[in-house]
Design a binder for this molecule. Structure first.
Ligand SMILES: NC(=O)NCCC(=O)O
Length: 384
């Protein structure tokens, strides 16, 4: 299996395929080609200086007579943790704030309206360790913690909606922890928060040691730039989770994640993209990059030796559209900002073609599922 030094699928295809084959492979793998965005050269210069990748693409919709285009630019940020996991907590958080601030400046130059960071972006992904301190010290209030205040400043300064996925400490309710995304309006006000609905119990993702499944349902946030929702990481394996955000009207669903090569890389290009198709909306899949090493060894419960690292996070953040097209992914190993221009009119246009909302038979599934979850349910299996 390729390690973290292997740059990306796109780079490999471009290097090895003759142009005519490349065109066909891209048509089948990526759908209708996305147009490269003409981003300002000073944005590329700043990205180069800041040592992160910058890519920009546009999805187009057909012109309509009655509705003007509803274009919005989203920014997806993937990044390594700048300091080692054993650096003091406050220093790690500050270093991450500085890193993100620099990337958001470039996003602003690129005209981004809504930006989303990776899952639990203010900390190393330490849940593999099952230790509490110091990791629980990274938890903050969603309403007025230092990271939310920091994001409010960014939102106001750049007139940008900020989606900030953090480890939340809910001081009002028993001081408990949640995996939460705070949505901050471009006015700088906290619009609300949403919590991770599905908690992994796979590999070293020992997150159930820290927090429970979210209790806020499937909120959709009406922003100036469109209706958005956040399906946090492991939620992307659950089609009903995507569906409920879509039923509540989400036009863009962000999927801030932290996942590693050995576990999920072959699922990654499929799931968020399928969700965009199945739900007639845009999806934005974001994964962190880099390797994180922890001070104490932990085991993976698989009989193998104890170790201090989690494996590598493979980045590859991308945006998928309801018509099955998608952007190329960002690199597997570099920090990056992906800018995508979406015309939200495409959601209804594709809905009118494929009609999944009309043909979904939700009443049938609602009834069948209501029966299937009963303890005495007997599966409908027809036998000879
Ligand atoms: N952060 C997280 O939920 N990771 C679980 C692994 C995966 O969903 O790929």
């Amino acid at each position: 299996m390729a390690g973290s030094e292997w740059e990306s699928l796109e780079q490999c295809l471009e290097k090895h395929l003759p142009p005519a084959d490349l065109r066909e492979v891209k048509r089948i793998l990526y759908g209708k080609e996305t147009r490269k965005l003409d981003l300002p050269s000073r944005a590329f210069e700043a990205a180069l200086e800041g040592d992160f990748e910058l890519q920009g693409y546009a999805f187009e919709a057909a012109e309509e007579q009655l509705r003007p285009p509803r274009t919005v630019r989203v920014g997806l940020v993937q990044n390594k943790t700048p300091l080692p996991a054993d650096a003091p907590v406050a220093k790690q958080v500050t270093a991450l704030h500085r890193r993100i601030e620099a990337i958001v400046e470039v996003a602003a130059v690129c005209g981004v309206n809504i930006i989303c960071f990776q899952e639990a972006w203010t900390m190393p992904f330490a849940f593999c360790t099952r230790e509490k301190l110091p990791w629980t010290e990274f938890a903050e209030s969603a309403e007025d913690g230092p990271t939310t205040r920091f994001c409010q400043k960014l939102a106001k300064k750049h007139d940008m909606v900020v989606v900030s996925p953090i480890l939340e400490r809910d001081r009002e309710h028993g001081d408990i922890l949640w995996n939460t995304a705070v949505v901050i309006s471009n006015s700088g006000a906290v619009l609300g928060k949403t919590r991770k609905n599905h908690i992994p119990r796979v590999g070293d993702f020992n997150e159930s040691t820290y927090y429970m499944e979210g209790n806020l349902g499937h909120p959709v946030f009406q922003t100036q730039f469109g209706k958005i929702a956040v399906n946090i990481c492991y939620g992307r394996h659950h089609p009903l989770n995507w569906l409920m955000y879509s039923i509540n009207g989400a036009e863009i669903i962000f999927n801030p994640s932290a996942t590693i090569g050995a576990l999920s890389e072959s699922l990654w290009p499929v799931e968020a993209r399928n969700a965009a198709i199945a739900n007639h909306c845009f999806t934005c899949a974001i994964n962190r990059v880099g390797q994180e090493h922890f001070p104490n060894e932990f085991t993976s419960g698989d009989g193998k030796k104890a170790h201090r690292d989690f494996g590598y996070f493979y980045g590859s953040s991308y945006v998928a559209a309801p018509d099955s097209s998608r952007t190329p992914g960002l690199s597997r190993n570099k920090d990056g900002l992906l800018v995508a221009e979406l015309d939200l009119n495409l959601c209804r246009q594709v809905n009118d073609i494929w009609n999944f909302k009309m043909t979904g038979r939700y009443e049938m599934y609602a009834q069948e599922l209501a029966e299937a979850i009963k303890p005495n349910y007997s599966p409908n299996v027809v036998k000879e």
